[in-house]
Design a protein around this ligand. Structure first.
Ligand code: GRF
Length: 220
């Protein structure tokens, strides 16, 4: 299973996955590309440390968001990726992406979707919303990605109780290692499924090169 990962920042989930691959805990998973919508982020350093090619595709370098997302789709298709993982990717993927990338796309989100997903539900805002709603539990969801933000069907969830007096920072810190473990577990399951299926045809060869792309070395 050839894996592409979309990132925007810290890259701890990317790191957990690449560490698991390096340690032999994800047999059959081959990381082929990391795409960031932001230059200079830690996630790009994580990719470089693991020797995974990366690409920065900034919205500002394209006519509109759909054109940028089509370029992401083309880059992934050319990489031969079967699976795209959104690991802290902070943008909605527009239809141009799904029109070009024919593989499966999954996302990790730090709440029990469909609760506390959608526009603005990123970072501490998710945990603030959970606490403001008075929820007794929260968790982590890995789900299929569709053009509707955080709305695709869940693949796996982990539930945790909220501790008395816990704040948003505390929740985020407690959930992060759970995110990392869940991602590795989901990828292991998908790789096992893929190993039982006949190889899919790569779309890589037929597609034109990405235009408007800058290299990994780009800085603001
Ligand atoms: C994680 O909490 C993830 O669930 C959410 O964004 C955060 C990204 O963290 N979608 P990192 O960049 O993987 O460290």
């Amino acid at each position: 299973m050839r894996l592409a990962v979309l990132v925007s920042g810290r890259g701890s989930n990317l790191e957990a996955v690449l560490n698991a691959i390096a340690d032999g805990r994800l047999p059959g998973v081959e990381p082929v590309l990391v795409v960031s919508n932001r230059p200079g982020v830690r996630a790009l350093d994580v990719a470089a440390r693991h020797g995974v090619p990366s690409l920065v595709l900034r919205r500002a370098d394209f006519a509109d968001a759909d054109a940028r997302d089509a370029a992401i789709g083309s880059a992934l298709a050319r990489s031969g990726a079967d699976l795209a993982l959104l690991a802290g990717y902070d943008q909605l993927l527009r239809p141009g992406f799904f029109a070009i990338f024919g593989g499966r796309t999954i996302n990790i989100h730090p709440s029990l979707l469909p609760r506390h997903g959608g526009a603005g539900m990123m970072g501490l805002a998710v945990h603030d919303a959970v606490l403001a709603a008075g929820d007794g539990e929260t968790g982590v969801t890995v789900h299929d990605v569709t053009p509707d933000l955080d709305a695709g069907p869940a693949l796996q969830q982990v539930r945790v109780s909220i501790l008395p007096g816990e704040d948003a920072e505390g929740l985020a810190a407690r959930l992060l290692p759970i995110e990392h473990d869940l991602l590795v577990s989901v990828l292991a399951g998908l790789a096992a499924e893929a190993a039982e299926e006949p190889a899919s045809v790569s779309m890589a060869a037929a597609l034109p090169p990405v235009t408007g792309a800058r290299s990994t070395q780009e800085r603001r």
